[in-house]
Design a protein around this ligand. Structure first.
Ligand code: ZN
Length: 253
C-alpha cells in the first residue's frame, strides 16, 4: 500500500483491521474514508467519501485493493459525501439520509453563522462549497440491523437524521462516521484531543446526537474508527465510560 508520503498534502492508506483500511486526506489528512473488503470480491466499498479533492486519491488507493465497487455514506454532510458524485459507483445510505444526500447535504439545518468562534465561523462558510462535489443519486438504502461485508448497520441519528455506523462484534470495531469527534470542531486549527459529541451547530437534533453517543458506548467497542483523525483504541469498559462521560458533560458545547 502507499504508506506515509513525504508530501504533507498526499493522502495515506493504512490497514486498521481485518479487511478494513483507513484512507486519510485533505487538510492535515483530517478526513477519513474507510475501504472495506467486499464479501464477494474482488474490491472494496468506501464508507464515507471525504471531500471533493480526495476523489482521485480514493480511486487510486481503491484500485490497489481490487477496485472501488460502491459507496456507503455514513451521512451526507459535505465532508462525507464530498467526492461521492465524482467516483462513478452506486451510492447507498440510510433511508432518512436520502433527501439530504440528493439535496444540500444537510446545510439547511446547520446555522454556520452561529459558530461561536470567529475564525471558525468564517472558515466553515468558505470551505463547505470547496469540500462538496454536490448532490448524489442514491441507488439503495441500509437500515439498522442490515448486514454488509461482515458488519452490522447501526443507526446513530442526531448529527444527521440518517447517520449510520458499521459495527463488527468479532473484533469490537465500529466505523462511526461523525457519531463522535476526537477534536474540538469549534477550534479545528488547534490540537484539542478528547471525545466530543458533534457541536449542535452541525446537528439536525442535538439531543439525539447525545443519545447516539450513548448508543455507541453501549456497544462497548474496543476500536472506534471515526470520520476524522486517528482511530481510538482502548479497553471496552474504559472506552464505554469515556463515551458516556462525553455525552453527560456535552464536551465542547
Ligand atoms: Zn464530518
Amino acid at each position: 500500500m502507499n504508506s506515509k508520503s513525504r508530501n504533507p498534502l498526499a493522502p495515506t492508506t493504512e490497514q486498521i483491521a481485518d479487511g478494513v483500511w483507513r484512507h486519510a486526506g485533505d487538510i492535515r489528512r483530517g478526513m477519513n474514508v474507510y475501504f472495506v473488503a467486499e464479501e464477494e470480491g474482488p474490491g472494496v466499498f468506501a464508507f464515507d467519501t471525504g471531500t471533493r479533492a480526495m476523489a482521485g486519491g480514493i480511486r487510486k488507493a481503491a484500485a490497489e485493493l481490487g477496485g472501488l465497487r460502491r459507496v456507503v455514506l455514513g451521512h451526507s454532510h459535505v465532508d462525507h459525501r464530498g467526492s461521492a458524485a465524482k467516483l462513478g459507483v452506486p451510492v447507498y445510505c440510510h433511508p432518512d439520509e436520502v433527501a439530504d444526500a440528493e439535496g444540500d447535504g444537510g446545510v439547511h439545518y446547520q446555522p454556520l453563522g452561529e459558530v461561536p468562534v470567529t475564525y471558525s465561523r468564517w472558515l466553515y462558510r468558505v470551505v463547505y462549497p470547496i469540500w462538496d462535489a454536490g448532490p448524489v443519486k442514491i441507488s439503495g438504502t441500509l437500515s439498522e440491523g442490515d448486514r454488509i461485508a461482515g458488519f452490522e448497520v447501526v443507526h446513530f441519528p442526531g448529527h444527521a437524521p440518517g447517520q449510520i455506523g458499521l459495527w463488527r462484534e468479532s473484533d469490537r470495531l465500529c466505523l462511526s462516521s461523525d457519531t463522535i469527534y476526537l477534536t474540538d470542531s469549534m477550534r479545528p486549527l488547534g490540537h484539542h484531543p478528547g471525545i466530543y459529541p458533534p457541536h449542535p451547530v452541525f446537528d439536525q437534533d442535538a439531543e439525539q446526537t447525545l443519545e447516539s453517543v450513548r448508543k455507541l458506548a453501549a456497544l462497548e467497542p474496543s476500536k472506534i474508527a471515526p470520520g476524522h483523525l486517528e482511530p481510538l483504541r482502548g479497553e471496552r469498559a474504559e472506552l464505554r465510560a469515556r463515551l458516556e462521560a462525553a455525552a453527560d458533560e456535552r464536551t465542547g458545547w
